[in-house]
Ligand binder design. Sequence first.
Ligand SMILES: Cc1cc2nc3c(=O)[nH]c(=O)nc-3n(C[C@H](O)[C@H](O)[C@H](O)COP(=O)(O)O)c2cc1C
Length: 390
Amino acid sequence: MQIQRKRFSVAPMMDWTDRHYRYMARLLSARATLYTEMIHARAIIHGDRSRHLDFHASEHPLVLQLGGSDAAHLAEAARIGEDWGYDEINLNCGCPSDRVASGSFGACLMADPMHVGHLVRAMKDAVSVPVTVKCRIGIEGRGLASRTGYEDLLLFARKMQDSGCDGLIVHARIAVLGGLNPAQNREVPPLRYEDVYRLKEDMPGLRIEINGGIRSPQEIQTHLNGALDGVMVGRAAYERPALLCSVDSLVHEIAEGRSALRGGAAVMFSSPHSGPDNSNPELQEIDTGAPGFAVPTISPDRLEWVLDSMKEYILARYAEGVPPQRIVRHMLGLVHGLPGARLFRQGLSGNWQRNLNSAASLDRYLGSTFAVFCNQLREHQSSGSLILQP
Ligand SMILES: Cc1cc2nc3c(=O)[nH]c(=O)nc-3n(C[C@H](O)[C@H](O)[C@H](O)COP(=O)(O)O)c2cc1C
């Protein structure tokens, strides 16, 4: 199986990109490649496989991300993943957390490119689906010889190519092991996109996808239009999942050799009195002000369809014993920037499910919460305070 030539993917994110989030992400984008959270190879071999690996058939194309540093374990876990139906296996060489580093996997693996090459070879020999590696541009700290220069990245990438690796996804920051926590490691080390582009120039035969700090359709388009083979987005795709609505047409057009960025069905909220919910300053950065997608959000019709589909999904999982709040927590970002978002989120946060003790009451509660929101949205639309982009 081949990886699509130019691809957009949603990054693996622990606790965030579980199967429930991924189900919703697929409703928003038919084409995005989705990743599991990182799962340790040993957990797959010895743990509850169904809990770790089950997914919905709609989630394809779907990549299983593995953590680990033992070749036999990784090969075995990769084989199990392929048998389970995953389209690709990815090795985590980018996670900087202390817990992960003390198990000698994640980003600290980049200190030993020979060993990672050995791990990739073992996985390649075990499966027929592509095997890729997600890494940083370098690492430093924790008594390691620092590997922060471009030449270190080039050496690592060459080793990956020699080992049969089918592609690198490069988070364009170094990882600082020991000194910074994981959240700081996603913000503090500066982004060096130029290293990723230079790597592609030096190694045109290796698939290279870029990750880190990409938040808007414009940025996605710029990277996809360049020499790189793909763009991976993490936090923005979780915090504002409506972003995913715009990627299908982008990827399609770029694959076809066209690259226009249009507004499509995006909606802008333009009331002068109660503007977009800008309570989270981090998320404001995505509003670039460019025409077309100034606020990458979602049309009322699309949103209603997504909410209805999620209601059916929540009810189906409820029948299997999955608490609804485990799914609903991923939906709070869906309404970001839309009027009524705060009420919607309040209705679905805290102890909202405490008095719901049957599928029928859950169905009624979700149905009315979603309907109230969508009806209000339509009222805003007909009063002109929601502007559909041409
Ligand atoms: C909550 C959270 C959990 C993450 N878990 C993983 C993980 O399991 N595996 C991994 O390779 N990266 C993980 N990452 C890193 C992301 O995949 C991504 O590389 C990083 O967030 C930078 O991309 P972004 O700026 O688009 O968010 C995680 C990030 C976040 C925010």
